[in-house]
Design a binder for this molecule. Sequence first.
Ligand SMILES: NC(=O)c1ccc[n+]([C@@H]2O[C@H](COP(=O)([O-])OP(=O)(O)OC[C@H]3O[C@@H](n4cnc5c(N)ncnc54)[C@H](O)[C@@H]3O)[C@@H](O)[C@H]2O)c1
Length: 318
Amino acid sequence: MTMLVTGSAGFIGSHLVDALLARGSTVVGTDNLVRGRRENLSAALVNERFSFIEAELGDPQHVPAALAALGPFDMVWHMAANSDIAAGVEDDGIDFRDTFQTTRTALALAKTTGARGFVFASTSAVYGELDETLSETTGPLLPISNYGAMKLAAEAAISAAAETFLDAAWIMRFPNVIGSRATHGVIYDFCSKLLADREVLTVLGNGTQQKPYLHVAELIEAMLFIVDATAETPGRHLYNIGPQDSGVTVAEIAAAVIEQAGGGARIAYTGGDRGWVGDVPRFAYSTRKLANLGWSPKLSSHDAMQRAVAECCQERGL
Ligand SMILES: NC(=O)c1ccc[n+]([C@@H]2O[C@H](COP(=O)([O-])OP(=O)(O)OC[C@H]3O[C@@H](n4cnc5c(N)ncnc54)[C@H](O)[C@@H]3O)[C@@H](O)[C@H]2O)c1
């Protein structure tokens, strides 16, 4: 199988590349390297079944010819997006370009290269702020961030493509994903702040924000499991992926990072029930559909968090 992975130099994309190569696939990775890092692909770049093309995917009128030339692809795994939700609050052009328009470019690449399958990294943010357990049948979907809005629009575009040129489309809604090579996120931010100031860790909100966390190793395992288990079934496949618990609080994460870094810092909360406008302070996922298919994570949110904190502190030299 020949796979195209967009956002391949990012956190999740680079782990996905490694996993696809380990399964024997030929992989073409692409990224504009704005947030992604070439170092994330250090293992892949020495594999003869991997090629990397640095390209901007935010303009569907200009689909990179160098990428199209490397097809035909069997499947496109579309991981590229804006991953800074707070940045998209100020400038809705960021999510339009990096999340929605990149999806149109990835779909155009799937179409021109004859790819039959398309996998999309979607998010809990499409649900908006709902006081109920979120399942794949929950609706109406009313996102509260531009990030969530453009992810939902991208889901719709992919759904339409499944009616025309794709045999199968997988829309996978991730919770908060954590682990090594992170380029952003709460653990990454806390590590950055402690590197700058070992005395005080400033935490956005009041620390009670509580969300489910999934380790990236288990996310990749789940993605591959879903595609393998449903590959023979054409059409649209929609799955929440996540742990089966209500998550951990930001205060617990802050304490874990401080402890891993050797202790001593005091926590200063900025106050309010959320980190930024558009942040959903708590949510709970139903992952029953995925469990019924046959996959469940082994790590709880707490265990995943502890593992990711250790990985991040080691990577960042804390
Ligand atoms: N990390 C999470 O907690 C989480 C949760 C839900 C969904 N997701 C989704 O998973 C995917 C991967 O996220 P991640 O955490 O690895 O983020 P990331 O920022 O590390 O990876 C995204 C990659 O896309 C690239 N990219 C962005 N815009 C681009 C453009 N216009 N052209 C070409 N490349 C571009 C970036 O350079 C980056 O390497 C994203 O679609 C994200 O929305 C992530």
